[in-house]
Design a protein around this ligand. Structure first.
Ligand code: NAD
Length: 316
């Protein structure tokens, strides 16, 4: 049994990670300031192996119990959140990552940074391999997130090279599943909410931009496999099956048996045109690949979430 500290553990991915670590018999210390996460995501966890610490990792923090693994997921992650919280996003990627790496160093724990496909920006190569350095606009509105993550990667490698911390970096591509917030602005929860209410589905631009969507259970399996490996270089974890946003909207309409029509809205600034992970490295060094395909993942999300959670009844 290992003790795992999860920053951002009350968020969408973090809460699923806490669930899976506990299921595998580990102890979990969940750290979160509830800025974009929620106690509702962890209220079902009622075991003595689970501990919740409400704190903001932008200020230095300490834990006086032994820790074996640090999973660093805390950061606003959806465009709606990081555009609302630009300075917080930069600080959590810099100071927050610095404090969390310092904690891992003190405990001699293995540290895993949750990075993102956004470090590739609007990519000029396709699909994206880990060796691609990216094409990011540092001064655009999305730069606060993309550059915070790029800085966090640089910081992680510096702690590894100079301080000898045992680090890993996972570049997460778009993921989905239960506990996404219906109003967080990301495509799948938005389309599901609109389809279930038979309201128009809003697709940005012509809908020809592509994304690939990884079901949360697959993603968490990949993250834990990386943490438990000896790898230090960044590794893509995502589903390489690529869809246009129009195809995604059609899949959501089909799975929900919705009467919604599709309408088109203006494309946001710096919206990437394509996004598809090359997961050769994850396959080779972790023996990992996704198993759940889009329609199946959409069905599971609907079944496990329930209608109220998906349409945002009573919460935003
Ligand atoms: P989320 O917003 O649901 O979770 C982030 C959590 O971090 C929240 O619970 C929030 O309250 C917490 N947090 C934010 N700032 C904090 C601070 N200063 N101190 C303590 N806690 C803080 O987002 P998510 O989708 O679960 O994303 C988790 C991580 O995975 C993020 O680092 C994100 O960049 C990365 N990621 C997610 C996706 C995806 O598709 N969901 C894709 C790429 C990368």
């Amino acid at each position: 049994m290992a003790t795992c500290l999860v920053t951002g553990g009350a968020g969408f991915l973090g809460s699923h990670l806490c669930d899976e670590l506990l299921r595998r018999g580990h102890r979990v210390i969940c750290v979160d300031n509830l800025e974009t996460g929620s106690l509702a995501n962890i209220e079902h966890i009622r075991v003595p192996e689970f501990e919740f610490l409400q704190l903001d990792i932008i200020t230095p923090y300490f834990v006086d119990r032994p820790i074996d693994f640090v999973y660093h997921l805390a950061s606003p992650a959806s465009p709606i959140d990081y555009l609302r919280l630009p300075l917080h996003t930069l600080k959590v990627g810099s100071q927050g990552t610095h404090h969390t790496l310092g904690l891992a160093k003190k405990h001699r724990a293995r540290f895993l940074l949750a990075s993102t496909s956004e470090v590739y920006g609007d990519p000029q190569v396709h699909p994206q391999k880990e060796t691609y350095w990216g094409h990011v606009n540092p001064i655009g509105p999305r730069g606060v997130y993309d550059e915070a993550k790029r800085y966090a990667e640089a910081l992680t490698m510096a702690y590894h090279r100079q301080q000898g911390v045992d680090t890993a970096i996972v570049r997460i591509f778009n993921s989905f599943g239960p506990r996404m917030r219906p109003h967080d602005g990301r495509a799948i929860p938005t389309f599901l909410r609109q389809a279930l209410q038979h309201r128009p589905i809003t697709v940005f631009g012509s809908g020809s931009q592509t994304r690939s969507f990884c079901y949360v259970d697959d993603l968490i399996r990949g993250i834990i496999a990386l943490a438990e490996s000896g790898q230090h270089q960044p590794i893509n974890v995502g589903n390489p099956h690529e869809f246009t946003l129009l195809e995604l909207a059609q899949a959501v309409i089909e799975v929900t048996e919705s009467r919604s029509e599709i309408v088109f809205e203006a494309l946001p600034t710096d919206d990437p045109q394509v996004r598809q992970p090359d997961i050769t490295l994850a396959r080779d060094v972790l023996g990992w690949e996704p198993e759940v395909q889009l329609r199946d993942g959409l069905r599971r999300t609907i079944e496990q979430s329930g209608m109220d959670a998906l349409v945002g009844a009573g919460r935003r």
